[in-house]
Design a binder for this molecule. Structure first.
Ligand SMILES: Nc1ncnc2c1ncn2[C@@H]1O[C@H](COP(=O)(O)OP(=O)(O)OP(=O)(O)O)[C@@H](O)[C@H]1O
Ligand SMILES: O=P(O)(O)OC[C@H]1O[C@H](OP(=O)(O)OP(=O)(O)O)[C@H](O)[C@@H]1O
Length: 214
């Protein structure tokens, strides 16, 4: 069958997850060449590993996987929750740890329908709905911490890792919505058609992930 002859295609997120994910794959025994990190190419074939990689914007990884352009992908749990794509989540890779939080100015007084700025409008809306709180969600694309400082929003829903960005901008963490780490995901058809190859990859990655935390 044709699909079995082509290399496994893996969607990797450009940006901060990339280096950790590449290191993990190398530890699992996949011979990714050193040029991998240095190149500006967006499609990289690694015939020695019988794999090809596409380098996508992190939020787009589940889209490439859902549509079957990529068989597998590496993506933050935050993006999976926000995008709600039809993909299988196979393994917690235990890299790029952070958390999705609600934060704001320490002296803010509650209003009837607070404005919440975020890159995660679906997660934020679902969370506040579940809490029975009516909010107005404002979608931003970055520098979310700016919104409460300049009066665009009362609260933010954003990633916190070290807490440095909140601290430097005079904001405080109020609630954790969920812990976040990066996950291995699969296209649903690929998972059935290429089960053996994918299972072997999960096994190799799992050995590294579990070994790391023993
Ligand atoms: N400060 C952080 N520390 C650790 N992990 C983080 C942090 N910020 C984000 N992450 C994780 O890394 C993933 C990718 O973040 P990254 O900043 O590389 O991309 P992005 O948020 O889409 O940025 P951009 O829009 O600039 O491309 C996020 O989805 C999240 O899982
Ligand atoms: O708790 P910290 O360690 O300070 O990390 C948290 C910051 O990291 C991310 O921003 P990023 O650098 O991706 O920039 P962005 O504002 O463009 O999203 C996140 O959105 C926070 O702003």
């Amino acid at each position: 069958m044709q699909t079995r002859n082509r290399p496994l295609m893996i969607a990797m997120p450009k940006g901060r997850i990339f280096e950790e994910a590449v290191a993990l794959l190398r530890k699992a025994g996949y011979p990714l060449p050193p040029e991998f990190e240095e190149s500006r190419k967006l499609v990289i074939d690694v015939p020695e590993a019988d794999m090809s990689f596409i380098l996508a914007k992190p939020t787009d990884v589940p889209t490439y996987v859902e549509y079957g352009v990529a068989d597998l992908g590496v993506v933050g749990k935050d993006v999976l929750l926000e995008e709600e794509r039809d993909v299988y989540e196979l393994l917690d890779l235990q890299i790029s740890y952070c958390r999705l939080c609600i934060a704001g100015l320490p002296d803010w007084k509650p209003t009837r329908s607070p404005r919440v700025a975020t890159k995660y409008p679906n997660v934020a809306s679902a969370y506040f709905r579940q809490q029975g709180q009516q909010v107005e969600v404002i979608k931003l694309n970055g520098s979310i911490e700016l919104a409460p400082i300049v009066g665009l929003a009362d609260r933010i829903v954003d990633i916190v890792s070290t807490g440095q960005t909140l601290l430097e901008n005079g904001l405080v963490e109020l609630e954790t919505i969920t812990q976040v780490s990066s996950r291995l995901i699969a296209n649903q058809v690929s998972y059935r058609m290429r089960r053996e190859e994918i299972q072997s990859m999960i096994k190799r990655l799992k050995a590294v992930v579990e070994g790391k935390h023993d």
